[in-house]
Design a protein around this ligand. Structure first.
Ligand SMILES: O=C(O)c1cc(=O)[nH]c(=O)n1[C@@H]1O[C@H](COP(=O)(O)O)[C@@H](O)[C@H]1O
Length: 234
């Protein structure tokens, strides 16, 4: 993959996606398709993106009983995507089932499977006050990363801040995919654990996920180039 940034295509319709990509000449860049777009447009938008050579991270964050997740992954595997995810908090049986489903459903290259640790929209107070989890964010993320690794899954979704700890605990080859990426002058929106592309690179992240800093910018292409420059020069 030329540039390790997944552009989050959080748009309502396929038409919105196509006109955004066309207008800003972003053909072929790695993209993330999430629930909003996939629930409406399904496999057609995936096929269109593949026809235009976009590497695809399908972000549906599956979290259900093992059998359901295994069968859902079996069906998703036919889409020919590159990365797909589950929630690590679904537990090891669920993660192993997800992997089995993907392997059984794929003809060619098996998509990478990653697991969300603690959402980047959460912070210490969400964990401790709302969810009554006594561990710190760092501890909870590391614990879930280790569970993910021991379940045979390829890597995790986490914030850029936890990458050094995860690499230390799970090894350099264990993938870290980091959303919550913001350019220094972008709005934080609903994200709590944010980082610049530069910090993510310095911390050793393998891939970035970045949406609104680009898609809602006055000049999306210019911001895309800024991310690229920050990453390449960090
Ligand atoms: O799995 C994800 O991609 C994900 C996990 C997470 O912890 N936080 C997170 O923001 N995401 C996704 O990453 C994208 C971030 O978008 P922006 O906040 O607009 O850059 C969204 O599409 C989220 O669904």
């Amino acid at each position: 993959m030329d540039q390790p940034f997944f552009l989050a295509l959080d748009f309502r319709t396929a038409e919105d996606v196509k006109s955004f990509i066309e207008k800003h000449d972003l053909y072929g860049v790695p993209v993330k398709v999430g629930m909003e777009l996939f629930y409406r447009e399904g496999r057609e938008i995936i096929d269109w993106l593949k026809e235009h050579d976009h590497p695809i991270f399908l972000d549906l964050k599956l979290h259900d009983i093992p059998t359901t997740v295994e069968k859902a992954m079996y069906n998703l595997a036919h889409l020919g995507i590159d990365i797909v995810n589950v929630h690590a908090s679904g537990g090891s049986e669920m993660m192993k089932a997800a992997k089995r489903g993907l392997e059984a459903g794929t003809n060619g290259k098996v998509p990478k499977l990653i697991a969300v640790t603690v959402l980047t929209s959460m912070d210490q107070s969400t964990l401790q006050e709302e969810l009554q989890i006594k561990q710190s964010v760092d501890q909870a993320v590391t614990r879930l990363a280790l569970l993910t690794k021991n379940s045979g899954v390829d890597g995790v979704v986490c914030s850029a801040h936890e990458v050094p700890l995860i690499k230390q605990t799970c090894g350099d080859d264990f993938l870290t995919v980091t959303p919550g990426i913001r350019l220094s002058d972008s709005k934080q929106n609903d994200q709590k654990r944010v980082a610049t592309p530069q910090l993510a690179k310095q911390n050793g992240a393998d891939y970035l996920v970045i949406g609104r800093s680009i898609t809602q910018a006055e000049n999306p292409k210019a911001n895309y180039q800024r991310v690229r420059k920050e990453w390449n020069h960090a």
